[in-house]
Write a protein that binds this ligand. Structure first.
Ligand code: ADP
Length: 410
């Protein structure tokens, strides 16, 4: 029997998943990936095979009732896996959990007590944490004996110096856990693990990685460890995102409540779900749609998106004392040549010189897009958070605590 590991990244209305076989030499091989979309409205299960070939695309329904919750969605997923996994046994499920707070600095095998502690961080990541945890609960109720492992987006940033983590608030507030945690850690950890393959010695120098997806942040690394990030206490801070505002004068929040009479819930919805590219463009949170629009508001949304990246890239370069490499990753970073060009133009003062031909050329693997003479090496490196989660899950199952990505290639 081949042992298979399932990786789950659960969001508000969709669940992304990937399944990996553990090969005899302990290497992991992805055998399928997919998503369940439209949970709570018209859910669909879509699965792709090893080479990206479509394996499944169908509506999920129970007794003709299309409105399903996460439990029924996972039931459908496990049913599909059961039908397509002859000769395999499911060893564990690894989950992306956005916030581990101060308590979790390594991946953890989930117990009811740990689940309760993680639920305590829901207010710190309202867009993600409840959905991450409801996936764990749904699977636990279906398969109580199946090991589940939580992998945290905050973990990679625990190496940051005190000054990068601190808020200039009274000590007792900081000591109560109000500090800058940083997010997208599983993505940064994966990029850090493959940097030496691409950048050679520069990998251990002063590097900024730009994770630009629906959520977006920058991470400054030295020695492939996080020293600073644009995200802070919550995943709201920093760059402009699909629906999140990024950095905001905290006085605005006070004014929204005391001046405009908005409730805490209304402010939370505004800042997490109605701002960013969507709020500024008034068109979409999706960069492809915004880029395709000729509306002046769409142009302004992209101008602001680029301006904030360029501004905060300068800030992180200052915290590193210079910049030797800039890496673009995630949906926008990997796919939008025009966005990369605009960021690089604004970063020319740092020594960035883009090779526009290689930038435009596209491709799916890691590639260098700076000129031979550029003082800063610019790269596109596809991220792979799922593989990182699978590696950690395998390590926890084997009693190794966490995957030691510094020991070699993942
Ligand atoms: P998530 O944070 O949900 O994992 P992704 O990393 O998949 O998100 O990134 C989603 C974003 O990437 C969306 O804004 C989408 O429009 C953008 N994107 C994907 N492909 C392209 C492309 N070819 N050009 C511009 N933006 C793209």
């Amino acid at each position: 029997m081949t042992q298979t590991l399932l990786v789950i990244n659960s969001g508000s209305s969709s669940v992304k998943f990937a399944a990996y076989d553990v090969l005899p030499d302990a290497a992991l091989q992805r055998i399928a990936n997919g998503r369940i979309e439209g949970i709570g409205s018209a859910p669909r299960l879509r699965v792709w095979g090893q080479s990206g070939e479509p394996l499944e695309d169908r509506r999920i329904s129970v007794s003709d009732d299309p409105v399903l919750g996460p439990e029924e969605a996972f039931e459908a997923l496990f049913e599909w896996l059961g039908q397509h996994a002859a000769g395999r046994t499911l060893g564990a499920v690894g989950h992306r959990v956005v916030h581990g707070g101060e308590l979790f600095t390594r991946p953890a095998r989930v117990t009811p007590a740990i689940l309760a502690q993680l639920a305590g961080f829901t207010a710190l990541a309202p867009l993600h944490q409840p959905h991450n945890l409801s996936a764990i609960r749904a699977i636990a109720s279906l398969y109580p004996d199946l090991p589940q492992v939580a992998c945290f987006d905050t973990e990679f940033h625990t190496t940051q110096p005190w000054v990068a983590q601190a808020c200039a608030l009274p000590r007792q507030i900081t000591e109560a856990g109000v500090k800058r945690y940083g997010f997208h850690g599983l993505s940064y950890e994966y990029i850090a693990s493959v940097l030496p393959d691409q950048l050679g010695a520069v990998a251990n120098g002063r590097v900024v990685v730009a994770h630009l997806g629906n959520g977006a942040s920058l991470c400054a690394m030295r020695g492939r460890r996080s020293v600073s990030s644009t995200m802070g206490f919550t995943a709201l801070d920093g760059l402009v995102m699909g629906t999140r505002c990024g950095s905001l004068d905290p006085g605005v929040v006070l004014y929204l409540m005391s001046g405009l009479g908005m409730s805490v819930q209304a402010v939370e919805k505004l800042l997490y779900e109605q701002s960013g590219l969507l709020g500024v463009s008034g068109i979409s949170s999706d960069m492809r749609t915004v880029e395709a629009s000729a509306a002046p508001e769409a142009r302004q949304a992209i101008d602001l998106y680029v301006y904030r990246i360029a501004q905060q890239l300068g800030s992180l370069a200052a915290s590193l004392g210079g910049l030797e490499a800039l890496v673009f990753t995630a949906g926008i970073g990997e796919n939008s040549a025009s966005l990369r060009r605009r960021v690089c133009e604004d970063a020319a003062w740092l020594g960035v010189a883009l090779d526009e031909e290689t930038n435009q050329a596209g491709g799916s693997g890691a590639r260098c897009i700076s000129t031979a003479g550029s003082r800063v090496a610019v790269w596109v490196i596809p991220t792979n958070e799922e593989l990182m989660i699978a590696r950690h899950t395998q390590a926890v199952l084997q009693g190794r605590g966490a995957h030691d990505w510094r020991s070699g290639r993942v």
